[in-house]
Write a protein that binds this ligand. Structure first.
Ligand SMILES: Cc1ncc(COP(=O)(O)O)c(C=O)c1O
Length: 410
């Protein structure tokens, strides 16, 4: 008799976004004709840039020609993987990081690998996550059976690294010994960013405890201060203990195209393994369960990594960060306490007058018709905050900010 993976029953089932949708629907029913402004969703809105579109179109044309057609990942690198791997190697070289092609695994977006990477680790490994946290790390840990039950909003057996105003929403390594640590830098949802020193404490911890850091770098291109690290491998020793997962989604508009990459260094060694073993395990896993990313998407990514593509992506990031500045500056002027929004497209708003996350969500919706994401949806330490995103067309961002200014009663 087949049975289900009972770990799924432990999940808090899609509560956050379905509840947001329900409250929004109720509001629209009560006040038909009032337009709501959505600053809640972390999805890109601006079109692919011209050079990237050209790269993808050429990729499509190659597929339509018998002489240049390619199927599964092409071992000779005419179209796919190797070409992109080389472009990524050169991209890392500009950050003074040397990688080998076999250390780079192209994927169909960061989320896939952030979850699937757990399959190469022992089932009794202890996992640490930040609180608040990007939910994919939490849910994939629960599904993999590395937690107990949910008790008072926290899973037994999981280690939480609380992020709060005191630590600037940057976690510190756990006091106890853990085996796998998820880090998201710059951070979703809080918009915080870690310094080199702060990341060094995690590398020291990981080396000392033979732990692995799964470093989600999806927003690194939003870092504007050149002294801040843009890859975990800028930290000495990181190749021995860190897997970096990145994505073209947020800096090149690939949320719908789907493409990212994972770096598993040859030097990464964990309990009972030798050099290269973890890398080969991930290669084995991908070889068995993944047939490669779309070669059209890869043609687009190669274009992103060219000088023209990098320039256009920088402009796209600049557009969203201008939105972030508009939101942040206006909220500060109105007297809100606001965090993030300088090296990440997320603005973490402290709820006024001690309102709970849902109370503030309702008040913002009812008075200003703006939808945010309640901080409590990202973990118990997110209670009392609300996340706004800078993804949106400029005119919509300005409209939302104006509505908060004119209608919200602080
Ligand atoms: C922190 C973080 N990591 C990963 C992802 C997912 O990226 P991808 O679109 O490459 O799957 C997101 C998407 O919102 C994110 O916020």
């Amino acid at each position: 008799m087949a049975t289900i993976n009972k770990n799924f029953d432990k999940l808090q089932r899609g509560y956050l976004f379905s509840e947001i949708a329900k409250r929004t629907r109720d509001f629209i029913e009560k006040k038909p004709g009032v337009g709501v402004m959505r600053l809640g969703v972390g999805d890109t809105t601006e079109p692919l840039s011209p050079f990237v579109v050209k790269g993808m179109m050429e990729g499509v044309e190659r597929l339509g020609n018998v002489k240049t057609y390619t199927g599964y990942q092409d071992a000779e690198g005419k179209e796919g993987n190797i070409k992109l791997q080389n472009a990524l190697i050169n991209f890392y070289k500009t950050k003074n990081i040397n990688l080998e092609a076999q250390e780079i695994f192209v994927n169909d977006g960061a989320k896939t690998d952030l979850a699937n990477i757990q399959s190469i680790f022992g089932s009794n490994n202890i996992v640490a996550i930040s609180d608040p946290v990007y939910p994919a790390y939490l849910d994939s840990t629960v599904i993999a059976g590395r937690t107990g039950e949910l008790v008072d909003g926290k899973y037994e057996g999981l280690v939480y690294m609380e992020c709060n105003e005191k630590n600037g929403f940057v976690p510190v390594p756990p006091k106890e010994k853990v085996d796998i640590i998820y880090l998201c830098n710059p951070n979703n949802p809080t918009g915080s960013v870690a310094t080199k020193k702060q990341l060094e404490t995690f590398i020291d911890y990981a080396i000392k405890n033979k732990a692995v850091i799964i470093y989600d770098a999806a927003y690194v291109e939003y870092i504007s201060d050149q002294s801040l690290p843009k890859s975990i491998y800028e930290i000495e020793g990181a190749k021995k203990c860190a897997i970096e997962i990145n994505s073209f989604s947020k800096w090149s508009g690939f949320t719908g195209v789907r493409l990212g990459w994972t770096v598993v260094p040859m030097d990464l060694v964990i309990e009972g393994t030798q050099r290269g073993k973890v890398n080969s395990l991930w290669g084995r896993r991908q070889g068995t369960m993944f047939n490669g990313a779309s070669n059209v998407a890869q043609a687009g990514a190669v274009a992103v990594l060219s000088p023209a593509g990098l320039k256009e992506s920088k402009e796209m990031v600049g557009y969203y960060m201008r939105n972030a500045k508009i939101i942040k500056d206006n909220l500060l002027k109105l007297g809100f306490k606001v965090f993030g929004g300088e090296h990440a497209p997320y603005i973490w708003v402290k709820n006024p007058k001690g309102l709970s996350s849902w109370e503030f969500f309702d008040k913002l919706l009812n008075e200003a018709h703006v939808i945010g994401t309640p901080g409590c949806g990202f973990g118990t330490a997110g209670e009392g905050y609300l996340r706004l995103t800078a993804f949106g067309h400029r005119e919509d961002i300005e409209k939302a900010v104006k509505s908060i200014r004119d209608n919200f009663k602080l």
